[in-house]
Design a protein around this ligand. Sequence first.
Ligand SMILES: *Cc1c(COP(=O)(O)O)cnc(C)c1O
Length: 395
Amino acid sequence: MNKPNPYSSVMQIAARPDIVFVSGRGGWLVDDQDRKYLDFIQGWAVNCLGHCPTQVTQAVSKQVNTLINASPAFYNNVMLNLADSLVRHSCLHQVFFANSGAEANEGAIKLARKWGQLHKGGANKIITFNNAFHGRTLATMSASAKAQFEPLFEPKVSGFTKVPFNDLSALQQAIDPMTVAIMLEPIQGEAGVIPAQLEFIAGVRQLCDQYDLLLILDEIQTGIGRTGSLFAYQQYAIEPDILTLGKGIAGGLPLAALLAKDKFCCFAHGDQGGTFNGNPLVSAAGQAVLDTVADAEFLAQVQHLSDYLREGLMQLSTSFNLGEVRGSGLLLALETGSLDATDIVRQALQKQLLLNAPRPHTLRFMPALNVSEQEISEMLKTLAAILGSLVTAKS
Ligand SMILES: *Cc1c(COP(=O)(O)O)cnc(C)c1O
């Protein structure tokens, strides 16, 4: 008799390997066979302090015995403190908490459309960029421009104009009187870690000022220390009007945030909300993460680790005749040239190393922000062994 499929109750939404994880600590995951895996995915750049960091487990343990949910109809002290901290550390003035990045972006789209309705003659079109990824709700999929999304779930939400990334003149040509906002990722993560050029972001800001458009930065992947500054926009010397955060913001717990400047905070009561939004339990995790990551010494260490990882990746690129190393902080990518990155990821998994290939010839590295140099060296050693076997096999 065939063994029953142990996964049959779970809806199939991804090709998951035949592994069941049961615990994690720092840079390591453990499966139900007690095998240890070195994790350079960290829940998709979510566990910014690694698995089960004490800052987060202590804050959550304390909060879970104090207050879990006070209802979104009331204030709670934890949510107020976290909103204050985010405002103090950023150029934005008000915060709406959500449970996922897509929900925060959905809120950003709604806020921009509301502002257009009130202040820009009903303008509602938002310009986004080729290969952008903004989430998996219908509106955020519509804002995204991943080729795989195109035929899916028609009809999409209308009102998004797509233009090539880092192309200022195409952007300017796409602006019309119905345009209300420009929305982009400072580094396109899912697209394969493609940074916006300095002059491009400066130009986007300038066009927004010139045409009275809102600049929405999706920092769900790049925010909260990932690129070596608390927010990536700080490295571009511009200020967004609306900013979205998610992924690392609560160290792996489901939290996201929509931040905006005062003059754009135009939701009326009832326009926006959510049952779990701003709950104290997850907000406590957010506070613990922010208190850790916003520290100048911590961010300097992220930069140091970034240099260390980048150096190692560049050496591999030279040794094995691969391509470019790009990205910032601990969001780096290595072009694998003619080698199949998906195959490298598969082989790495067999060697108990978790890597990600966002594109067929791109590897992405998004370890915990407090990864150790020793863990980076170990990852590089394993990767070198895999690359060595592939290059020999080819020649
Ligand atoms: C992951 C991601 C999202 C979506 O966040 P979810 O929490 O998965 O909904 C949106 N934008 C960017 C840039 C992301 O990296």
